[in-house]
Ligand binder design. Sequence first.
Ligand SMILES: [Zn+2]
Length: 317
Amino acid sequence: MHTDLVAALDIGGTKIAGALVDGHGRILLRAQRATPAQEDGDTVMRAVEDVIRELTGSPFWGRARAVGIGSAGPVDASAGTVSPVNVPGWRGYPLVERVRAATGGLPVELIGDGVAITAAEHWQGAARGHDNALCMVVSTGVGGGLVLGGRLHPGPTGNAGHIGHISVDLDGDPCPCGSRGCVERIASGPNIARRALEDGWRPGPEGDTSAAAVAAAARAGDPVAVASFERAAQALAAGIAATATLVEIDIAVIGGGVAGAGDLLFAPLRKALTDYATLSFVQRLTVAPALMGTDAGLVGAAAAALTRGTDATAAGV
Ligand SMILES: [Zn+2]
């Protein structure tokens, strides 16, 4: 029997996705449940086990050799535990041990969701061929991960590259994380919408106050909506420039719903980067939209499982 597949789990605050993935990143089987995010920890785990059961029930399961998990964070890869902000029932929850038990003792690799997306973009997406990259998701929150020296850099606990919670506004608004003026506090979708509303933007008759509605208004020329995206772009640029100056990345890949605004975000972002990425060694930094779409979390978790215990460079991940 070939053991050439891995199981991947992508665990977020709204859904729990699972898949069996081959060594080329192809998804052979999928399963999904809604995350019962407000329930107790074991109820959330039962939803994970339901997803796993669909995978283990498949005729492909005998070929699976490891499990990769990309989870909403913070995670603690060294302890095998997760404490997702949006899943209060899980605090220091022993997810690795539970998943190992539910999969018949397969080895389990845990990384944060931002790191998982980075692994996917580096393996098959916009960061492919880049040895030093920052990949980001800008949506309800802002997350990210790093590739350094050709290898995924999850850090000791699996959270490295969490650009959403570095401060770019020293005396800025308090952030739910406890700090102030975080990138996420300015650039996430809900915060783009919040600022537009505070500055006088009003939604249409359908009452849609999402960042997508602000984007539509900006495209129609609403100056307050345009300004809110420009401010988000400025915060992202400052965070990206700081990262580039610190560890010499040459590309920043940005995905997530807010990145779906396209040039509305990317044009002011590229302009703001020239204000913040000023030293000679960061001036060639480029910004690119993510390519992996909604499967990035699963493909990245699979990448982590495939390269588990090996030199990631050898596998090209
Ligand atoms: Zn924060």
